[in-house]
Design a protein around this ligand. Sequence first.
Ligand SMILES: Cc1ncc(COP(=O)(O)O)c(C=O)c1O
Length: 398
Amino acid sequence: MAGPTLMNTYGRLPIAFTHGEGCWLYDTQGNRYFDSVTGIAVCGLGHAHPAVSEAVCNQSKKLLHCSNLYQVPLQQQLGDLLCQVAGMDSVFFCNSGAEANEAAIKLARLYGKKKGIESPSIIVMEHSFHGRTLATLSATGNRKVQAGFEPLVSGFVRAPYNDMKTLENIARANNNVVAVLMEPIQGEGGVNIAPVEYLHAVRKLCDAKGWLLMLDEVQTGNGRTGAYFAYQDYGIAPDVVTTAKGLGNGVPIGACLAKGVASEVFHPGSHGSTFGGNPLACAAAMAVIKTIQSNNLTERARSLGEQILSKLKQEFSGAEYIKDIRGKGLMIGIEMTEPCPELVPLAQTVGLLINVTSDRVIRLLPALTMTDVEAEHLVTTLVRLIKLYAADDRKKPR
Ligand SMILES: Cc1ncc(COP(=O)(O)O)c(C=O)c1O
């Protein structure tokens, strides 16, 4: 268990894992758990995926790191593949989601400066999450993440999610806006899915105003929502997209991709990273993308997600303790009417790892490689658990 030498930044559960295989994690006591968290949407191919293990193992015997002072052929190959998959023109590699968003924020500011805007602003959303660095927590729409770290980074204007009126008002009142940064589906905010018309309207407004549309697909990317990137299902293209999490299946790597004018903003010296896009991380990400492609895992995520959603809706039809069940692909939220953090340790007692976000949304982010039997196991175990919890909960005095 975590001791006093680790800084007190996490409220950790009293459990530690020794190894994993596919959808399953094994703890130090030898207990097995079905993992519907996957390291918070990281291990999309499941644990110890042979293609990733082999790629990491082989690369570690050749070259782990050499720095961006030199050509890195694997980084170029990964860049080509990722740009092709995303329909984007160029990419900057870093090590995390927050870093990918930092790159996007810097890119947008430089884009503004080049247009003669001295103090550029970026529109960000309520209930968003973009990371824990100073700029990304300032962009984040959650006071809990920001509290204590003031002064925040300036240059962000906030709008409610799914509210075009506010965006249009900002467009009329503010000449300094250079970009909109948003998640197509808010993850930490509670699995809030942007309606298709809304995202199209945002794209249209960005086009009309010369703003960059920057989508944070750190959580939604890499096949999770039933397309490689969620925007591909919406039928729009962003100017900038950021990703991380599932890209390395557990090996830290992030990416900020750009298209068109946004692709021409950075020049040598604008931005950089010591580790970003090193051979080890790139080998892992290459294996991830190729595995997603060769096994058609985006389609698998889509169909499994539809099955799970429809079973959950059927099981909880008329349940007064459920407010909503929603999702896209294998990013699913079950919103309870009351806060339900106790469900996490309770689930553990029945061999299930779940996550609760925004106090009352049970968030499922299982592996895209799940079998039908495993999906059935997840739904059956979870439904039984929630029903027992709700029955018990109603007896508790409030
Ligand atoms: C949408 C989104 N953006 C950014 C981040 C930050 O990523 P990281 O923790 O890798 O810095 C997260 C992490 O949860 C996220 O969900």
